[in-house]
Design a binder for this molecule. Structure first.
Ligand code: IMP
Length: 180
């Protein structure tokens, strides 16, 4: 029996649908930045699979970098704080930066990172996320490139984890019951 089934996970988005949608999002980025270079910044660790697939479908000069953050406080209240664990390796001044997230949930992480990146004077700054849970938003963050909008349920797989588990699943699955 497949591992995900054994764990009682329910498939929410199949890998084939993810592949199709990632190709479409990459196509939109290729069109929007025609003839230019883009610089993808992945938020570790959740975005690494999405970034790897997205980057390979973008038909432009593309460079990549990674940043890591930790969240503190209860996500349910807006006092939730974000702290940087690993900064970028390279300067982003003058680049077409696309911040690549696994999921937009409360928006605290993206809000914090967009503020920091804006201060570093990129030429343009956009936000891409594989998943969007707009019903959970605490900060008014809007993605420019969104894979799928999902309801308020806890999902794992394709980079997303619960306590560091399940990141390697090809499908996005629902974890039931949701973690407290
Ligand atoms: P934020 O609440 O928008 O700041 O999201 C912060 C991070 O929480 C995301 O980048 C994910 O790593 C994690 N996260 C939010 N919702 C989920 C989920 O449903 N499954 C797994 N991780 C999640």
């Amino acid at each position: 029996m497949p591992f995900a089934r054994k764990e009682g996970l329910k498939i929410r988005i199949r890998h084939a649908d993810i592949e199709r949608r990632v190709r479409a999002v990459a196509g939109q980025i290729t069109k929007d930045f025609k003839g230019q270079r883009v610089h993808l910044i992945g938020v570790l660790k959740g975005a690494c699979f999405f970034l790897a697939d997205l980057a390979r479908e973008i038909d432009l000069e593309t460079s990549i970098d990674f940043i890591a953050v930790a969240s503190y406080g209860k996500k349910k209240d807006s006092s939730g704080q974000v702290r940087m664990l690993k900064d970028l390796d390279n300067n982003v001044a003058g680049l077409n930066v696309i911040l690549v997230e696994d999921i937009l949930d409360t928006g605290l992480t993206a809000n914090y990172l967009l503020r920091i990146l804006r201060q570093r004077r990129p030429k343009t700054l956009s936000l891409a996320a594989l998943l969007d849970k707009p019903s959970r938003r605490l900060k008014p963050v809007k993605g420019d490139y969104i894979g799928f909008t999902i309801p308020d349920e806890f999902v794992v797989g394709y980079g997303l984890d619960y306590a560091e588990r399940y990141r390697n699943l090809k499908d996005v699955c629902v974890l039931q019951p949701p973690p407290q």
